[in-house]
Design a protein around this ligand. Structure first.
Ligand SMILES: C[S@@+](CC[C@H](N)C(=O)[O-])C[C@H]1O[C@@H](n2cnc3c(N)ncnc32)[C@H](O)[C@@H]1O
Length: 185
């Protein structure tokens, strides 16, 4: 699948209808999500034919992108049932096969969990200090091949666009500078 086609399909996904700020629910936009997963596949062969998990999957964007690029199996995990419902509808609309698990990532039972690649846009830890590190340390225990993760940074590599979603947002849209990291466990 071409990058533009992937971006177009991700752009049509439904996202958080009532985002929960305490869970730092910000969707990864189609532009950045498509490039993230396309790079994982085309530069490192980490997606196609692999078992992929999307930690903090929200409405499923990164996991769905992985399924579209030929992942053998995709598991999306999130603590929020409403997001998982939307994720399930997105998967059905695209006729994909993705499993979802409702679970707080900090209590995930690692026994028997076999995952090649983890893709995630974790909470940045602005609401719950250390939330990003919880996701990261767990991912590095689970993935056997690679972990792709977006993290807030002061260096401007990619722009994560945040539309006006919460009452305390004064501007229509802001860009947050993020880095895309590839960790090898
Ligand atoms: C920044 S959003 C990213 C959503 C989605 N991955 C995306 O890329 O659009 C972070 C997600 O992590 C979930 N989350 C936050 N804390 C969590 C936890 N402790 N366990 C599982 N999921 C959590 C939120 O519900 C939210 O969907």
């Amino acid at each position: 699948m071409k990058l533009k086609q992937l971006e177009g399909l991700l752009g049509g996904l439904d996202q958080f209808s009532q985002p929960k700020v305490e869970l730092e629910q910000y969707p990864t936009g189609a532009h950045i999500a498509s490039r993230m997963i396309y790079t994982a596949e085309n530069s490192y062969e980490d997606i196609s034919g692999k078992i992929v998990a999307d930690f903090g999957c929200g409405c499923g964007t990164l996991g769905i992108a992985s399924a579209l690029l030929g992942a053998e199996h995709v598991l999306g995990i999130d603590v929020d049932p409403e997001s998982l419902e939307i994720a399930g509808e997105n998967v059905t609309d695209l006729e994909l096969d993705v499993d979802f698990l409702r679970c707080d990532i900090r209590t995930l039972n690692l026994k028997g969990l076999l995952v090649d690649t983890i893709v995630m846009n974790p909470p940045f830890g602005t609401r719950k200090k250390g939330a990003d590190m919880d996701f990261l340390s767990l991912s590095l225990k689970v993935a056997s091949r690679a972990v792709y993760s977006l993290h807030k940074t002061s260096t401007r590599e990619l722009r994560f666009d945040v539309p006006q979603m919460y009452k305390f947002h004064k501007k229509k849209e802001v860009d947050i500078a993020v880095d895309l990291w590839r960790f090898v466990p």
